[in-house]
Design a binder for this molecule. Sequence first.
Ligand code: SF4
Ligand code: SF4
Length: 262
Amino acid sequence: MKHVSFLIDITKCIGCRGCQVACKQWNRLPGEKTVNVGTHQNPPILSAKTWTLIRFDEFEKEQGVDWVFTKIGCMHCEKPGCASVCPVGALHKTETGAVIYDDHKCIGCRYCMMGCPFRIPTFEWDKAFPYIRKCTFCYDRLSEGEIPACAKACPTGAITFGERTELIEEGKKRINANTGRYNPHLYGEKEVGGTSVLYLAPKGIEFASLGFPTLGERALPTWTHNALKFVPGQIVVVSALMTAFYWLTKRKMKNKAEQEEV
Ligand code: SF4
Ligand code: SF4
């Protein structure tokens, strides 16, 4: 399968949230009870039940305000920080570009939440046996030759799905053809070694003001690898034992709960 990506053109997004709803429908994610926090952004943040979200940002201009809508979710990094810190290999980058996870391996340690520079993975806090949750790039649809549900639902073409190299070219083409419309920075081309989600922003709007972190080009796993070199062997062994103990206890409790349910 080809190495695929999204090109998200923020200038084309009308904030209809079709992508947000399509993601919920395909992944059978329930609605969430939320409160009004003074914005139309709803729910306010990503969660284990909301894997993609439209951010609503308001910018003052000379006459009135400009609304900017940004679809956020997992960036499917080329060298994912989440996967590099997971002690049991529950997360991994697939040949398609999607970063997916395996519930059977996850031990709930939440290191991936700390290892992600975009603060994406969320935890099922309300479950007895919680796991990590995030966008999977509709990996199950990709395997069947389908495109991700959000890209299929978008009515304005704000989400283009295709090969990463072609989308980088397409993004640059749009910037060069319309310098009055676009910010010249194609976000995700180089950040932390590149991501499989690329963004085009409106001219005059910095990515930082849309909530995107300002990151260097170096992939995060190279930092983790260098840091881990200095961790003494005994600490690694003790951590591994604690992890194994946690995992066994969790399995035992789960089996017991399942037996009681029968
Ligand atoms: S954005 Fe975060 S969760 Fe997604 S692949 Fe990158 S490091 Fe992992
Ligand atoms: S479906 Fe397209 S236009 Fe609608 S909110 Fe999502 S990205 Fe924007």
